[in-house]
Design a protein around this ligand. Structure first.
Ligand SMILES: *Cc1c(COP(=O)(O)O)cnc(C)c1O
Length: 392
């Protein structure tokens, strides 16, 4: 057999579903920090917190080494979990850390199903889930699309509940023009590598006053309180959650780009919505995301591909992902409904408890979206997805 001829046209480079954008000045800045002799928490963390606070309308902000720990610490500050009967209402369609931290502090997660259109927690169901044991609500702005803050705080205020906004995905989003983080109760952001602004790993917590901020500092590092040049006291158990100066320097290099990143993401999302053919959308019954270009930061672009329609073509979601991968396109799944994970099943949840979240969890596909993508990349993704589903 003769050898196959080599293809003359190079394949298009692999398009991941997301990719951080780190400029050269930031990389140089990180090198400066590494050479400075002070690489863990120090002046860069302080400056990062100062700039985050300015963005959040002057509210107290502290930086941490993950978004997850900021939510756990918010619950500890609010003393949620002090009684094992304490309940916290949240969504079953989120990254699992949102409810894991409720278990971590010794409280009980209570799930309220999602609104199938926004895929965010349904606030009518939140209201219905409130009991005398409810202490807090953790709403999640999935894909950066904000939960209705007006209604949320009306409910929380009327029922005297704390709110920990899981805004891991909505840094740069706003509610009625007010940046997420500038209003409300606790607001938690993540700066994980995949988020709109990154510190590689990291996060921050926006609080209400300096007393909460001092408690957050204690929970951040072993409960330690320093005084004078040589004083040290420990009154509570804290963790090891401090951000490094190297990571904070990455964050400082990201913040100036927030507005342009958000603008570019909105532009790419708009193009996605324009490029899908109406006939294809109707044929597959493909559900496209809510077209919010004013408030959402478009952390992700997701489509729902109904399993019944895929089955008619002899396909499952994983087959679509594999076919797109073969065409050089990365996709993701965000997220399976978390109450169906083994840990949560053992605690009593089961199939059918939250049908909207389960349906979204099984049928949602995350397509590539990040600021350095080109318009042609969007076109390529849409063409590939349409051709894969039409069996072309
Ligand atoms: C990323 C994310 C988190 C956790 O953030 P980490 O920084 O990875 O700990 C929590 N909730 C949601 C919705 C997220 O997307």
């Amino acid at each position: 057999m003769s050898a196959q001829p080599k293809p003359v046209v190079a394949a298009a480079p692999f398009l991941p579903f997301t990719r951080p954008t780190i400029d050269e000045a930031t990389i140089a800045g990180v090198c400066d920090v590494l050479r400075s002799g002070w690489i863990t928490s120090g002046p860069n963390v302080k400056e990062f917190e100062k700039q985050l606070s300015a963005y959040c309308g002057g509210r107290p902000v502290r930086a941490f080494n993950s978004g997850t720990c900021t939510m756990e610490i918010a619950l500890r500050i609010a003393q949620v979990g002090a009684s094992a009967a304490d309940e916290v209402i949240t969504t079953p369609l989120t990254w699992v850390s949102t409810s894991n931290i409720v278990l971590d502090v010794g409280a009980k997660p209570v799930f309220a199903d999602i609104d199938p259109v926004t895929r965010n927690i349904d606030l009518d169901r939140v209201e219905a889930a409130i009991t005398p044991n409810t202490r807090a609500i953790i709403p999640v702005d999935l894909t950066g699309l904000p939960v209705d803050r007006t209604r949320l705080y009306e409910i929380a205020g009327r029922k005297s509940l704390r709110v920990v906004e899981d805004a891991a995905q909505s840094f740069g989003s706003n509610w009625g023009g007010a940046p997420i983080g500038s209003t409300g109760d606790f607001v938690s952001f993540s700066f994980h590598a995949n988020k709109n602004i990154t510190t590689i790993e990291g996060g921050c917590l926006v609080m209400n006053d300096e007393h909460e901020a001092r408690l957050a500092e204690e929970y951040r590092l072993q409960g330690v309180v320093r005084s004078g040049l040589d004083g040290m006291e420990v009154e509570r158990v804290g963790g090891k959650y401090n951000l490094t100066d190297v990571a904070a320097r990455v964050g400082l290099g990201q913040l100036p780009h927030l507005a342009s990143f958000t603008e570019r993401r909105r532009g790419l999302a708009r193009r996605y919505l324009e490029r899908f053919h109406a006939a294809f959308v109707a044929e597959i019954d493909c559900r496209l995301p809510v077209a919010d270009f004013a408030q959402s930061n478009w952390h992700m672009f997701q489509v729902i591909l109904p399993e019944a329609h895929l089955a008619k073509r002899g396909m499952k979601r994983a087959d679509v992902m594999a076919a797109l991968n073969d065409r050089g396109i990365g996709t993701g799944v965000h997220y399976p409904a978390l109450h169906l994970f083994a840990l949560y099943r053992r605690l009593g949840w089961k199939d059918g408890d939250f049908p909207h979240a389960e349906y979204a969890g099984r049928n949602t596909l995350t397509l590539p979206l990040f600021p350095t993508m080109t318009d042609a990349d969007v076109d390529r993704v849409v063409e590939a997805l349409e051709s894969v589903l039409r069996g072309a």
